[in-house]
Ligand binder design. Structure first.
Ligand code: SF4
Length: 174
């Protein structure tokens, strides 16, 4: 035990500092934390739905959970079940074979639910557009509250979009 404590004190903190380019995360994060505290009692739960993306948007969404962005510290949590979700974070385009799954996920999410469409594909189909295999943007299948453009959007863009949706919720509920 003493040996471990000695090693801890001798090693110190070895994590990397936040890159200067992402310093804005602190500002956005503070606003998000405050908005979630006011509107969701400190905990916003998100169900992420991949409705047919190329997965690059998912990589950025994964990044907001990494030790640099660490969205949990702002009160943002992800869940596997839409039954526990306050918000759906949906990447697109909506593949033909995902339409029913997306509609059912939306129906299973309790009111008042927020829907955020992620990426240019989530907005309007992006580079995939509409075809025999693609229905285009998320709004062509379920109602959307906020769109986060970009291909893919950065983690900071994602947190900014989530913040916009939480603030929108504030207006909805008065
Ligand atoms: S917006 Fe870009 S990164 Fe996201 S799913 Fe579409 S092509 Fe992929």
């Amino acid at each position: 035990m003493l040996r471990i404590l000695h090693q801890i004190f001798r090693t110190g903190i070895v994590t990397e500092p936040l890159p200067e380019a992402e310093a804005e995360i602190r500002v956005v994060g503070r606003q998000l934390e405050e908005a979630i505290r006011r509107r969701f009692r400190g905990s916003l739960t998100i169900r992420q739905v991949d409705a047919g993306s190329c997965n690059a948007c998912e990589l950025e969404i994964h990044a907001i959970n990494n030790p640099i962005y660490n969205c949990e510290r702002f009160g943002v949590h992800f869940t596997a079940s839409p039954r526990f979700a306050d918000m759906l974070l949906v990447t697109g385009p909506v593949a033909f074979n995902m339409e029913i799954a997306l509609r059912r996920t939306y129906a299973a999410t309790p009111e008042p639910k927020l829907v955020v469409a992620v990426g240019d594909c989530g907005r309007d189909g992006g580079v995939f557009g509409c075809s025999y295999a693609s229905l285009g943007g998320v709004a062509s299948v379920i109602p959307v509250d906020v769109v986060i453009p970009g291909c893919p959007p950065t983690p900071t863009d994602l947190l900014r979009g989530i913040l916009a949706a939480v603030e929108l919720d504030k207006k909805k509920r008065g």
